[in-house]
Design a protein around this ligand. Structure first.
Ligand code: SF4
Ligand code: SF4
Ligand code: SF4
Length: 418
């Protein structure tokens, strides 16, 4: 039976697995990849997806990062760690470095076998590895093209644990807004390569009459060239492969990646079981409003405004000032970093655990601020529609980060329609 088969069969037998207590330090596992998979599979079978927050660690008295560099390799030897970006901006990769000297702890416990933004390690190197021989793969970005899909499937096959890291991987993020383009990839490529001023000028100067746009197969004097195939629909990571843990945020907070590092270090050095499979790291059960310091007065607003259009009261809820804020529909975890700085929440941490449709949830929360009262002739249905109509780009606003997980999925053009 292969390593991954063992992992999967354990998931199917939760009761038997319950007997297998986490290994004490003195009996640290010889194979960390097997232990890691066992812990994730064991808990996945018996515990619902949950949240694991920075505050939980603090409340339980555990330090955020209990492992200092200089410990040397863990008892079972260094693990293999892969970090990969699919359709990502690189911000998530940079955020991993936010753990400061925690990076040295990573150096103690792991061989980084792939990290395109910072280290060597090519596709062929990963393909040559034994299945399951990478203990943890941290993957950021949405799945946008055939190369993304190939790489995440390859890393899944080679990894005991896959972490969906950042909002693009978890919810599609801004790349998934492309799903709203009715004409799909063809319309996007045409617009980007022939319509925006810089490329339109280039095409007019050098390819007048037959503009050049990227192709997946090109014959060149050097031979046949291949580029990844762009997909019409951008997908979240867990729509393409099985995912063990989620770390939302655009990018995730330093606390989140430190928390992830601590969980892995706890496993490797002390045999402490990993959190349940499906855990979202760095979020709480309540909404962002619960973490926001701003005073809520539940005022009726008569106009939707942007922050730059008014003098923003630093103490008052932004919604009370007519600024659309997705805090009521967004899961807490970031300690309200945007609203603390006078900017509305745009929802990068995604919805609370009970909600899939983040945008609709935000719309509902906002609609509740505009109750139609029979005895209030100044704010009837027509006035409310007028106010709501002033929201610019509502789809883009309410689904800025979560279109990939939306039930809307994508825009389509019906035959004969527009
Ligand atoms: S989640 Fe944000 S920081 Fe991370 S890759 Fe996506 S856009 Fe960049
Ligand atoms: S709506 Fe926004 S500004 Fe108001 S309390 Fe909630 S998070 Fe804070
Ligand atoms: S306030 Fe909202 S948009 Fe800003 S970091 Fe937090 S969840 Fe993301």
């Amino acid at each position: 039976m292969s390593f991954l088969d063992r992992f999967r069969s354990k998931k199917a037998k939760p009761k038997e697995e319950k007997k297998a207590a986490p290994a004490p330090k003195a009996e640290a596992p010889k194979s960390h990849k097997a232990e890691a998979a066992s812990c994730a599979g064991k808990t996945a079978a018996s515990v619902e997806a949950s949240q694991l927050a920075f505050s939980d660690l603090v409340e339980s008295g555990q330090p955020l990062v209990s492992y200092k560099f200089g410990l040397g390799a863990p008892p079972g030897g260094k693990i293999n760690l892969a970090i990969y970006w699919a359709a990502a901006c690189g911000g998530c990769d940079v955020s991993i470095l936010d753990i400061n000297n925690g990076v040295l702890t990573v150096g103690d416990m792991a061989n980084i076998v792939m990290w395109p933004v910072a280290a060597d390690g090519k596709e062929k190197d990963i393909a040559a590895m034994e299945d399951g021989s990478i203990t943890v793969s941290i993957i950021s970005g949405a799945v946008r093209n055939s190369e993304n899909e190939h790489m995440v499937k390859l890393l899944r096959k080679k990894s005991a644990i896959v972490v969906s890291y950042g909002t693009c991987a978890c919810f599609g993020g801004s790349p998934a807004l492309a799903n709203l383009v009715k004409g799909g990839k063809d319309e996007i490529l045409d617009y980007v390569y022939t319509k925006v001023p810089s490329t339109a000028n280039f095409q007019a100067d050098y390819h007048k009459g037959s503009p050049v746009v990227p192709q997946s197969h090109v014959k060149a004097p050097e031979g046949d060239l291949e580029l990844p195939v762009l997909y019409d629909t951008v997908k979240t990571l867990d729509q393409v492969i099985d995912v063990d843990y989620y770390v939302p945020g655009c990018p995730p907070l330093q606390e989140s990646i430190s928390h992830l590092l601590k969980a892995v270090a706890d496993l490797l050095y002390n045999g402490v079981a990993l959190p349940p499979k499906g855990t979202t790291v760095g979020v709480v059960t309540k909404t962002l409003c619960d973490q926001c310091h701003r005073r809520k007065e539940f005022r009726r607003v008569s106009k939707i405004v942007e922050p730059h259009e008014i003098d923003v009261d630093p103490e008052l809820c932004l919604m009370d000032q007519g600024i659309l804020c997705l805090g009521p529909a967004t899961v807490g975890g970031c300690n309200a970093r945007c609203t603390s700085a006078g900017q509305p929440c745009r929802g990068c941490y995604g919805p609370t655990v009970a909600v899939q449709e983040h945008g609709a949830s935000a719309l509902t929360a906002i609609a509740s601020l505009f109750p139609v009262l029979d005895e209030d002739p100044t704010c009837g249905e027509d006035q409310i529609i007028d106010v709501m109509s002033t929201i610019r780009d509502p789809l883009g606003y309410f689904y800025a980060y979560t279109m990939g997980k939306s039930l809307i999925k994508r825009s389509v053009t019906e035959k004969g329609g527009n």
